[in-house]
Write a protein that binds this ligand. Structure first.
Ligand SMILES: Nc1ncnc2c1ncn2[C@@H]1O[C@H](COP(=O)(O)OP(=O)(O)OP(=O)(O)O)[C@@H](O)[C@H]1O
Length: 298
């Protein structure tokens, strides 16, 4: 049986009294994009640093590409096949981008260096101290992929990038995973995870609170309906099978009532019930990870 790209079982890490990770378990399949989602301080960077062997776990197992990250020799082997984009890359400020890439190339190869420099265009001839945050991030991406790794672990990879470059990164990652590379990335941006990930793990207070398939999340959660009606409506009007989270705002001074709900099917019954009202405004949208996020964090 081939090893999972990432295998984490019961991983726990404490900084003194501070719980950073507790009993975190998940697996990432080869070729998938796994989004690791949570707000600031949830424990994402700690998991990533444990995965790359920068920190030792207090408890639990972590394997990347089948290699035990707590075994020094295995970790060295693994790192030849793994790329890493740290959070807020901290390259040596006095070195040029080219010199930094030379250094990484000497350690583990760089057969894709030129191609990636063309894709992300960091100003390689300049010293990193003169780089903008976005340029540092571009250099980090070239560095992480230039040895053609099997697995790339990224801590908030698109922070500091403008929307156009972000899009280029998303397209690049999707192409890479089509070609068999596995991508694990952390984010606190829900729309980003939703755009590119196959699955998402949600971390809260150091604990994994949910692992969901993106397609299932979207199809399971149905449509969000927001309605504004003239006059009062009671939430009981929408006590219909397949309608959930009916919320009512206080009527405005003009007497309009705003209602929102999530419909997971049975749309005909919902629409008929809506048609009984005097509808001033109506919007329908797919549920997003934002809604999922609220589900876990509310
Ligand atoms: N070196 C450290 N010493 C003490 N506490 C730490 C240390 N590093 C992280 N923590 C704490 O551990 C918890 C998890 O932090 P971590 O950086 O892993 O979260 P994160 O989800 O990556 O957050 P962010 O999105 O802000 O980077 C937080 O409470 C944080 O304050």
């Amino acid at each position: 049986m081939t090893a999972k790209a990432i295998h984490v079982d019961g991983l726990s890490k404490y900084y003194g009294d501070v719980k950073a990770n507790e009993e975190v378990s998940f697996e990432v399949e080869t070729g998938e994009i796994f989004g690791f989602l949570g707000p600031n301080g949830a424990g994402k960077s700690t998991t990533i640093r444990l995965l790359l062997g920068f920190l030792k776990p207090d408890k639990g197992d972590a394997r990347i590409l089948g290699y035990d990250v707590t075994d020094g020799d295995a970790l060295v082997e693994a790192k030849r096949k793994v790329g890493y984009v740290p959070s807020g890359s901290s390259f040596h400020e006095k070195m040029t981008g080219d010199a930094i890439l030379d250094y990484f190339e000497s350690m583990r190869g760089g057969e894709r260096r030129d191609e990636l420099a063309d894709t992300f265009t960091p100003p390689l001839g300049r010293k990193v101290g003169e780089y903008s945050t976005g340029n540092k991030q571009k250099l980090a991406l070239v560095q992480a992929f230039m040895h053609d790794p099997d697995l790339v672990v990224m801590d908030e990879p698109t922070s500091g990038l403008d929307p156009l470059v972000q899009r280029r990164v998303y397209e690049f990652l999707l192409d890479e995973t089509d070609a068999g590379t596995t991508v694990f990335f952390s984010s606190h941006i829900l729309s980003e995870v939703e755009k590119i990930a196959d699955r998402v793990g949600v971390i809260r207070d150091g604990e994994m609170v949910g692992i969901e398939d993106i397609d299932e999340v979207v199809s399971m959660s149905g449509k969000v309906l927001e309605i504004e009606t003239a006059g009062r409506v009671d939430t009981s009007a929408f006590e219909i099978e397949g309608v959930e989270k009916v919320e009512l705002e206080e009527p405005t001074e003009g007497g309009e009532t705003r209602l929102s709900m999530v419909a997971t099917g049975n749309y005909d019954a919902v629409m008929k019930r809506i048609a009984e009202q005097t509808v001033v405004d109506l919007s329908v949208r797919e549920t997003t990870l934002e809604d999922l996020f609220m589900h876990y964090y509310a």
